[in-house]
Design a protein around this ligand. Structure first.
Ligand SMILES: Cc1cc2nc3c(=O)[nH]c(=O)nc-3n(C[C@H](O)[C@H](O)[C@H](O)COP(=O)(O)OP(=O)(O)OC[C@H]3O[C@@H](n4cnc5c(N)ncnc54)[C@H](O)[C@@H]3O)c2cc1C
Length: 476
């Protein structure tokens, strides 16, 4: 029997979204059971089977670092204690946006260079140690238990260690099983409406190789970020990680994927529009072979439009929206969704699915539009392009060019890309004037003075408005 009070929760998926959700559920529920089909015991060195993307570069955006710290105070200090370098996102990274190298400045946004397995290991240990939370490995969610009138979830059907199915009684079931979530299929099988799905087919390919760090080779920098820029479509990134390692990820879109044989990998690095990654790799010692990852499309599921979801069923993380990873948004959005869950739990227990999913949709809106806008800048990506998209795309191109010499614009752009400020922050009158003063190619117009590269004032964020939000937030 469930009590209907939200006292018992089951979270499916012990990756970032599920763990962070469990953390906030434990503040209100007496018992939170987190199940994952993986063994979960592989340690922080290796990516695990259920999270194969863990072997590829995972940037933690500025807002994500803040949100993680809010959810798990002291996490940053713990990770730096375990060897993860800490710096400033703009001051310690060579960033190319839209093909332009951003002016250097202290942005005030922390850059935490932890590998994905280390980050997840630290988060999992803290969540598992939270009173009331049980993390159960090798336990797969295989279905939902719902009331006879199909209006309420009463539990989760699971299979432990491949044994027979059993039911964990719960009045809240949170699906955080990632992009491959089966909830839409199960809803349809129950005769309930499944969410509409939007897909942006980017045809992305990653290849990642880990190297022993070459001390001094980066001049003290902690990273290089050079994302694909239309029409070139190739990009690369390097991050200094714990254990004196470099992780190098090469990126190609629309089927132009980086090879995973060592010679092909290096050739691809040499073909990038900027030499930084290629130069860093000269005589660097590899610690393994390049590994591939394919990401066909960004997927957004519109749960916020499904009114008939059974009470007690919540969906978040990549199961709700899976972003093109080039923009580095997924973990940050997962942390912001956990904060949204905390807010909803404070209002009503158990949270009402429609209200919760509408809240999550508001969290997802800006990053999704930034990612979609960036993807649609590639002519080969299918999707609706409006006059507004084109005007804003041209504006952001000019902003990128201006940010080569204007540190305030570089910081303003980074704060939006890092999800700290809303996209509207880039179209306030002060910022627009500043961009226009630089002229078409980013140089200050004669007599205008422009902004010096040492200026670090960040324009204030305007009120969020979807109408005038710039779409393209390409990291490149
Ligand atoms: C190549 C790549 C690079 C990325 N780079 C970045 C980056 O730079 N920065 C960033 O913030 N994000 C990045 N992401 C996104 C990030 O990995 C995810 O957004 C993040 O892990 C949150 O996802 P999640 O917890 O919802 O799902 P996932 O991380 O996919 O985890 C799903 C979990 O559910 C478990 N599971 C699946 N099915 C079941 C089941 N039936 N029962 C029980 N358990 C189940 C899995 O074992 C797994 O533990 C990247 C993604 C990819 C693909």
């Amino acid at each position: 029997m469930t009590t209907g009070t939200g006292d018992r929760a089951v979270v499916a998926g012990a990756s970032m979204a599920g763990l962070l959700a469990a953390r906030v559920l434990a503040e209100r529920c007496t018992r939170v059971t987190v199940v994952d089909r993986d063994a979960l015991a592989e340690g922080p060195e290796r990516p695990r089977r259920g999270v194969p993307q863990g072997g590829h570069l995972h940037a933690l955006l500025g807002r994500g670092q803040q949100a993680l710290e809010e959810l798990l105070p002291g996490l940053t200090r713990e990770l730096t204690g375990r060897g993860a370098p800490l710096g400033d996102q703009l001051g310690d990274t060579r960033m190319y946006f839209g093909g332009h190298r951003m002016a250097r400045a202290r942005s005030g946004l922390s850059l935490l260079c932890a590998s994905r397995p280390l980050l997840e290991d630290a988060v999992r240990a803290r969540v598992a140690a939270t009173p009331g939370v049980d993390v159960v490995p090798r336990c797969a969610l295989v279905g939902l238990e719902i009331s006879a009138d199909r209006r309420r979830v009463t539990g989760a059907r699971v299979r432990r260690d491949g044994r027979d199915e059993e039911v964990i009684t719960a009045d809240l079931v949170v699906d955080a099983t990632g992009r491959g979530s089966r909830i839409p299929t199960w809803l349809a099988a129950l005769g309930l409406p499944a969410p509409a799905e939007e897909r942006i087919r980017i045809g992305l390919g990653y290849a990642t190789r880990v190297y022993r760090a070459r001390p001094g080779a980066l001049g003290g920098d902690l990273g290089i970020m050079c994302a694909p820029v239309p029409p070139h479509g190739r990009g690369g990134a390097l991050a200094v990680l714990e254990g004196d390692r470099w992780m190098v990820t090469l990126i190609g879109v629309l089927g132009d994927h980086p090879p995973t044989d060592p010679a092909g990998f290096l050739d691809f690095a040499r073909s990038l529009p900027h030499p930084d990654v290629r130069d860093a790799l000269t005589s660097a010692e590899p610690l393994g072979d390049p590994a591939p990852f394919r990401f066909p499309a960004g997927v957004r599921r519109r749960y916020e439009r499904v009114r008939e979801l059974p009470e007690g069923l919540l969906v978040l993380g990549d199961a709700f929206c899976s972003f093109n990873p080039v923009y580095g948004q997924g973990m940050t959005v997962a942390a912001l969704e956990a904060l949204a869950l905390r807010d909803q739990l404070r209002r009503r227990r158990p949270p009402q699915p429609l209200a919760f999913h509408r809240h999550v949709a508001r969290v997802v809106d800006a990053p999704w539009e930034l990612a979609v806008g960036g993807d649609l800048a590639f002519p080969g990506v299918e999707g609706r392009r409006t006059a507004k998209t084109r005007v804003l795309g041209a504006y952001v191109d000019r902003l990128h060019a201006a940010a080569e010499t204007d540190a305030a614009l570089a910081t303003a752009f980074l704060r939006v890309a890092a999800l700290v400020d809303p996209p509207t922050a880039l179209v306030g009158p002060g910022t627009v004037l500043r961009v226009l003063r630089h002229g078409r190619h980013g140089r200050p117009s004669p007599g205008e003075g422009g902004a010096g590269p040492t200026t670090t004032t960040v324009p204030p964020a305007g009120p969020p408005s979807r109408e005038d939000a710039p779409a393209p937030g390409r990291r490149g």
